[in-house]
Ligand binder design. Structure first.
Ligand code: NAD
Length: 585
């Protein structure tokens, strides 16, 4: 394994460099020197091993320090309508196209003021990013890791409650939903992606005889720029989409969602404070189509890191297809999109678990998690108990202001979402095969409030069972116990999505069968657990079919989508003869 050791720089402090020197001397080569000059992601300094653990989720009990810090941060954020500029290459830009972010649970309250970049500003940001990328890609790995580690510490400490307050007020998340997202998950993304990169850089190709040839691999960023287009529903996703490509040596144009502006702006500033140089990530709020049209026209588009709805991703993909002859790379298209996530209940399931898991999955954050359960299949034999359990629990859920800690959930994100979700409720009211069991009311007078709604359907293929609603509407189809296989087939064939799914059963034979039958129905599959709540590093996330390109954010494979590795062979034995041995008769 000697030939591998020259890259196991983390093994013991100090030892990696010694090996490199020894190797360089042994092979009589300027290898080490050259490497130091040409490689960014290659060990040329000693990296300290950092411990890799998920960030603990704080509880915010009455009287706790975190609760009083959060209350302070909420007060400050509520009192101001923060002004957020466009930032390109470190320079702040303001335009006449002013937009406001409001609190969804109290939409008369403006939380932040920002500006849309026009096509010209976006083109300039591309120019800045392309230039910055060349320099940034040469930044030694150690330096980048230090910045990411510092950023994670800032997020976990000094700025934790600013991130949470911005997420609570801007995206209407309750305390715990904000803590899970803008603290724990965000910090995990930043820390763990750095760790994955460090681990990944240990791999080097085989060199059979190091005195003859040496093979190596370096991880380059991709020539050009990456466009990160993020959704409203997870602050952490914005951070991951923009900063994982950056970590890997790319320069980025980050277009945050209008309705997650303040929390995303917080991330941008923390990363700057941690040491990400100007121009590496450019903060470019813009009208979606203007941004999409401009970036897909640039020959330098190296990739799109997208999370959002299928129609938006389809549009971007088509535009890239139309412009394919003009690019200097094949742009990487990474898209995590929608879902129609299922809970499938077997007659042997534990009813209490089914009820609690389904309520949490379907209604936490108003069902606005891409993984939220939205269709459910229940055997007739368990239906009466599950039905009464679901109705009783759903009716206990308190809808309200996020600052009221007794609220289980709050408002949906905006007027567009409100209209879409309530159109499904109206459809349920007007369709004889659909029966609303609880909920079905809504109001947008103060905030965009929709009560948790449970619908029973006689038709398993009604559009309420096949289309993404992205709101607090759960539909249940009750199947006859004897029709188990047909019901399983419905899960597999009803929708084009395959994001998450869960089965509930105590029968192990059934669970084996489910693992096979449901293999392609979900990128993240749960057994006796809810379909939501993936944790970075524990359940890397992403769906198949039309739910996305399944690149498994929060896992080691994801970072590799943002590098263009280069294999290097260096030969030490001079070649002075063009003949092969067989030619010498
Ligand atoms: P969306 O598609 O409306 O918007 C996503 C982003 O795309 C926003 O920043 C938006 O401004 C931008 N955009 C819109 N049109 C654009 C265009 N033509 N070109 C470029 N950018 C454009 O999605 P959303 O409402 O913000 O988020 C909800 C969706 O995201 C749901 O479908 C949900 O399932 C999905 N989602 C998926 C995952 C996942 O990991 N699979 C995670 C979170 C959200």
């Amino acid at each position: 394994m000697f030939q591998l050791r020259h890259v196991t720089y983390t093994a013991t402090k100090g030892k990696g460099t010694a090996y490199l020197k020894k190797l360089a001397l042994e092979s009589n080569s300027s290898y080490l020197q050259k490497y130091q000059n040409i490689c960014s992601v290659v060990p040329n300094t000693n990296l300290k091993d950092f411990e890799i653990k998920n960030e603990p989720i704080l509880e915010y009990k009455k009287g706790s320090a975190e609760r009083s810090q959060l209350e302070k941060a909420l007060k400050t954020a509520t009192a101001a309508c923060e002004e957020i500029p466009i930032v390109v290459g470190g320079k702040e830009i303001r335009t006449d196209n002013v937009v406001y972010q409001v609190m969804p649970h109290n939409h008369s309250h403006k939380l932040s003021k920002f500006y849309y970049a026009d096509s010209k500003i976006i083109q300039n940001a591309i120019k800045v990013a392309v230039e910055t990328q060349k320099k940034w890609d040469r930044t030694p790995l150690n330096e980048r890791l230090t910045i990411w580690e510092r950023a994670a510490d800032l997020m976990a400490g000094k700025y934790r409650q600013d991130l949470n307050a911005a997420t609570m007020l801007g995206q209407s998340k309750t305390v715990i939903q904000a803590e899970i997202d803008s603290s724990a998950e965000l910090i995990d993304f930043i820390r763990m992606n750095a760790y994955f990169l460090k681990e990944c850089a240990k791999y080097q190709p085989i060199s059979e005889n190091i005195k003859v040839t040496k093979n190596s691999m370096r991880y380059r960023g991709i020539d050009g720029f990456v466009a990160a287009v993020s959704p409203f529903n997870f602050t952490a996703i914005g951070g991951n989409l923009a900063y994982t490509p950056a970590l890997m040596g790319n320069a980025v144009l980050w277009k945050p969602s209008d309705t997650a502006m303040l929390s995303n702006w917080r991330i941008f500033n923390i990363m700057r404070e941690a040491g990400v140089p100007d121009g590496v990530v450019n903060f470019v709020p813009a009208d979606g189509p203007v941004f999409g049209d401009t970036i897909t026209k640039s020959p330098y588009l190296a990739g799109i890191n997208f999370t959002g709805s299928v129609p938006t991703f389809n549009r971007l993909w088509k535009q890239v297809g139309n412009n394919i002859d003009s690019y200097i790379n094949f742009p990487r298209l990474i898209g995590e999109c929608g879902g129609k996530n299922f809970h499938f209940v077997h007659p042997t399931a534990d009813v209490d678990t089914v009820v609690s898991a389904t309520i949490r999955s379907a209604f936490e954050y108003c069902g606005q998690k891409c993984s939220a359960c939205s269709r459910m299949y229940v055997p007739e034999s368990l239906w009466s108990k599950i039905k009464s359990g679901l109705i009783a629990e759903a009716e206990k859920l308190k809808l309200g202001d996020v600052q009221d800690t007794t609220s289980f959930t709050s408002a949906v994100i905006d007027d567009k979402a409100f209209n879409r979700i309530t159109s499904y409720i109206e459809h349920a009211k007007n369709t004889p095969s659909l029966n609303i069991l609880t909920g079905g009311t809504y109001s947008k007078k103060i905030g965009y409030f929709v009560t948790p709604t449970i619908v029973q359907t006689q038709d398993p293929l009604d559009r309420i069972m096949t289309e993404e609603i992205f709101g607090p509407v759960l539909t249940v189809y009750v199947y006859k116990d004897g029709d188990l296989n047909q019901a399983m087939n419905l899960v597999n064939t009803s929708t084009k999505f395959a994001l998450t799914g869960a089965v509930f059963a105590r029968d192990e034979n059934f669970l084996d069968q489910a693992l096979e039958e449901f293999k392609m129905t979900a990128g993240n599959f749960y057994i006796n657990d809810k379909s939501t709540g993936s944790v970075v590093g524990q359940q890397p996330f992403g769906g198949g079919r039309m739910s996305g390109t399944n690149d498994k954010a929060g896992g080691p494979h994801y970072i590799l989508r943002w590098t263009s590795p280069q294999a290097i062979k260096e030969t030490f034995v001079p070649l002075r003869d063009i003949t092969y041995p067989y030619m010498n008769a």
